[in-house]
Design a protein. Structure first.
Length: 206
């Protein structure tokens, strides 16, 4: 099974790293590749043509994933985003494709990273300074998950890389580290509706 994930961000960015990591854990027998498209408006404008090309070149499933935030001056919510995305899919004649899956993350990728306290504890702890972070129940309702992660990294003064930047949440470095520490059963993350949709899209027969 070949699975393509069309998402926001850039090559080797946090979105691509995290989605590919989780997809390979959920569907270990699948060949998974991410195709970042830039900003959400760029993703929405390109999504149909990109999906059409991916199906034509042998991908069995295509997942289109985006963050609800930022709103880009649009009314709030997933319903509006789906309306904005639909013309691109219709124009490419993939809107009714049975193996095309649309997944909106409430409110943004960092909600997935914020959910499970055991994963955050593992990343934020140091040998001399162990910490215990509680689970964030209903992390998809946190108004600004990225800001909350930034606050945690500042609070625990976490160093990254050969030249540490203390106190800074660096998504390209930190996001995948958190994802790698999520328990095998996905813990609190597995309870989020958007993550359930992500898992279902990878395991369902279409």
């Amino acid at each position: 099974m070949k699975v393509a994930i069309v998402c926001e961000g850039r090559l080797a960015g946090e979105d691509a790293q995290v989605f590919e990591h989780f997809a390979k854990r959920i569907a270990p027998g699948s060949a998974v590749k991410t195709f970042p498209q830039g900003t959400k408006p760029e993703l929405f404008s390109k999504a149909g043509d990109v999906a059409k090309t991916l199906f034509a070149t042998g991908y069995d499933k295509v997942l289109i994933i985006w963050d609800i935030l930022p709103r880009w001056k649009k009314p709030d919510g997933e319903a509006q985003d789906r309306l904005d995305l639909l013309p691109s899919l219709v124009n490419a004649a993939v809107d009714a494709h049975p193996c095309l899956f649309l997944i909106a993350i409430h409110k943004e990728l960092e909600a997935w990273l914020l959910a499970d306290g055991t994963a955050l504890s593992a990343v934020l702890s140091r040998p001399a300074h162990p910490v215990a972070i509680a689970h964030t129940k209903n992390a998809d309702t946190v108004s600004n998950p990225k800001k909350r992660l930034e606050q945690l990294f500042e609070q625990y003064n976490v160093p990254f890389g050969p030249q540490p930047m203390h106190g800074a949440y660096q998504p390209k470095l930190a996001a995948i580290r958190i994802a790698e520490q999520i328990p095998a059963n996905f813990g609190q993350l597995g309870k989020l509706s958007s993550f359930k949709k992500f898992g279902h899209s990878l395991t369902t027969v279409c």
